[in-house]
Design a binder for this molecule. Structure first.
Ligand SMILES: [Zn+2]
Ligand SMILES: [Zn+2]
Length: 174
């Protein structure tokens, strides 16, 4: 005996994997449900593909993963600019900004834990950032950051790769 997927009545199946009883209404109802769940899956798949190929979305989530790693890497450090340890919010602050230097947006040396007030008023605190960055990584590396860089164009696949790499790097620190 089998149980009808729709009306839940017991029936004796006449063919392999029979899902519904012999009431045509049950069969029709079952087929409709199947069609809808298939359409739903296709819809979800399409949405995922759209996100996979949306460069600004991929850049955003890659930056989030990267920033989370930087904040954790520097969790014992004070704010790179004002050198305060305080209980407020912290960001991963770019020394050379993403807007002006997108090629350095995923450069670890160019990113350091920074308090929200300094990060939100970055232009006001970049001089202190520089002084403390030199203390932290040395003049040579700061010179390198300040030097010329090849422009970078990331593909969606590369951005996805960056996201996964930094999620893993964060996990490795935990
Ligand atoms: Zn039925
Ligand atoms: Zn600060």
């Amino acid at each position: 005996m089998a149980k009808c997927k729709v009306c839940k009545d017991k029936f004796e199946p006449r063919f392999f994997l029979q899902k519904t009883c012999f009431n045509p209404a049950c069969l029709a109802e079952w087929q409709k449900t199947e069609r809808e769940s298939k359409a739903d899956k296709t819809h979800k798949q399409k949405k995922k593909e759209l996100k996979d190929n949306d460069k600004s979305y991929r850049a955003k989530v890659a930056q989030q993963a990267f920033n989370a790693y930087i904040r954790f890497r520097d969790s014992n450090d004070p704010c790179i600019s004002c050198q305060r340890h305080h209980t407020g919010q912290y960001h991963a602050g770019h020394y050379r900004s993403v807007g002006a230097h997108p090629e350095l947006r995923f450069e670890e040396l160019n990113n350091n834990k920074q308090c929200a007030p300094c990060n939100n008023h970055l232009s006001g605190n970049i001089a202190d950032y520089r002084i403390n960055l030199i203390k932290k990584i040395g003049t040579e590396k700061v010179d390198w950051i300040e030097g010329p860089h090849e422009p970078k164009k990331y593909t969606c696949a590369e951005l996805k790769e960056i996201e996964l790499r930094y999620k893993q790097k964060l996990k490795d620190l935990l």
